[in-house]
Each structure stands twice: as C-alpha cells, then as structure tokens.
Design a protein around this ligand. Structure first.
Ligand SMILES: [Zn+2]
Length: 146
C-alpha cells in the first residue's frame, strides 16, 4: 500500500450530498441562491415541505414554489451524541442539534440548528434559516434569531 492511499484512507469521509430529482431540483436551485422554497398547491393553497410530486392535502399535481421568510421556531429537537454507521463525517460536530423547525408559513422541516450550544436550544425558540455550502450543495441550517 502506498503512502498516498494510507493517507486518504485516514481522511474523514465527506458528508453525504442529496440526490436531486425532478421534483426537488428547484428547491436546490433556490438554496444555491440563499432562498428557502416551499411547495404550494394551486388547487387548495396547501403548503408543504419536503418537496413531493403531488399535494399531500388534496392529491393534485398543481404545485408551484413560494419563497419562505426563513423564520420559524423550534417545534422539537434532539441532541446527537454519537456517530452512527452512516454518518462518520459528522463526528467532529458532535454534540449537535437536529430539529424540526416550524416555519412562519406553517410547514415543518428537519434541519440542523447551530450558532449556540446545543443545551441552550429550547422548543418555541425563534430561529432563522441560513445556507452552508457542503460539497457543492447549499444546505439549509437554522440559527437562533434575536
Ligand atoms: Zn392541494
């Protein structure tokens, strides 16, 4: 085994990147421009996240996108304390908070909460979205909003 391959085998693995589908492509194009987009149904005006091919409320495919304010509150959260098999790339961030954020538009989304010690995070805490570049993707995270 060469020195190079030994060194690379000890490097931290990259964080996983999302699979992009036709129905999620516009979402990722939005995050690349620091815009948080959510789907809205043209038939019943229901708003939803995560992106789907049809409205989860009425089943219609008449979906378009609207820009979220990016403001919300912590609905619930958990503190990740140890690495699991599929995410060793997150090891150096432990402990970190993974939350369900309720956006002002009424939809809830799963995201990491950073910008304060995990033990300071509480339900109903105001947060705002921001975007972090990870392996060519612009990923949505939340931080405390004052
Ligand atoms: Zn609908």
């Amino acid at each position: 085994m060469s020195k190079e391959s030994t060194a690379s085998s000890k490097a931290l693995p990259s964080k996983p990147i999302p699979d992009v589908f036709t129905y999620t492509q516009q979402f990722w194009e939005g995050t690349a421009k620091n815009e948080l987009l959510i789907q809205v149904c043209g038939s019943c005006q229901y708003k939803q996240w995560y992106p789907r091919t049809l409205c989860e409320n009425c089943g219609e495919r008449n979906l378009s996108w609207t820009k979220s304010s990016g403001r919300g509150t912590i609905f619930t959260f958990t503190i990740i304390q140890e690495v699991v098999m599929n995410s060793p790339a997150f090891e150096k961030e432990i402990p970190y908070a993974l939350s369900i954020v309720e956006l002002e538009e009424g939809v809830r989304m799963v995201a990491q909460v950073v910008g304060c010690p995990p033990e300071h995070i509480k339900t109903s805490m105001p947060v705002e979205a921001f975007f972090e570049k990870i392996n060519g993707f612009s990923v949505v995270k939340f931080r405390p909003r004052h």
